[in-house]
Design a protein. Structure first.
Length: 175
């Protein structure tokens, strides 16, 4: 299962199963599942058909994987990370305050450390989407942070077309 978060134009470059976006303007819904965050709620589409609307927290099951979606204040509730942990946490927040941006970012990092599960965060800060992937491994910390496209491969490992998966790059740098 490949997850891509970013601009709809990149969906043609990958075999995408889940696309995460904050804008559906001009999007053709040509991906099996789309998670659209409007700043308050997450809408889950199966192709162009709206299946679910999420306001706070929910577990979503795809095949044999479970994702927990956390929105807003749910990011800061530690019980959301330790009770029945999923395969991946996907978090969403919208803010224009720098302190809230860093506060949510730190909560996601702590959530990854406490749960031992990776956390994939999306914070819309001043109308710019900041994507971050926090590792459950203490020595790795933040795997990715930025405004660019994020691709998680079928093993839910960060990858890109130029350098391969995060684990492969790490092994090459150690040699």
């Amino acid at each position: 299962m490949t997850i891509v978060s970013g601009n709809a134009l990149v969906t043609s470059e990958y075999d995408v199963d889940i696309f995460i976006t904050t804008s559906i303007n001009g999007y053709k819904f040509n991906v099996p599942y789309t998670f659209y965050f409007d700043g308050n709620k997450v809408y889950i589409y199966q192709y162009a058909l709206l299946k679910h609307t999420i306001e706070k927290k929910v577990n979503v099951k795809f095949d044999n994987l479970v994702f927990r979606i956390l929105i807003g204040n749910e990011i800061g509730i530690i019980e959301n990370y330790v009770k029945h942990p999923p395969h991946l946490f996907i978090c969403f927040e919208r803010t224009s305050y720098p302190s809230k941006f860093f506060y949510r970012k730190s909560q996601m990092w702590i959530g990854a450390q406490v749960s031992k599960i990776n956390v994939f965060g999306h914070i819309v800060y001043n109308n710019t989407v900041n994507r971050m992937l926090f590792s459950a491994n203490v020595d790795e910390g933040v795997i990715f942070e930025g405004t660019g496209v994020v691709v998680l491969d079928e093993n839910l490992i960060f990858s890109n077309k130029k350098e391969g998966t995060y684990k492969n790059r790490k092994k090459q740098s150690e040699q």
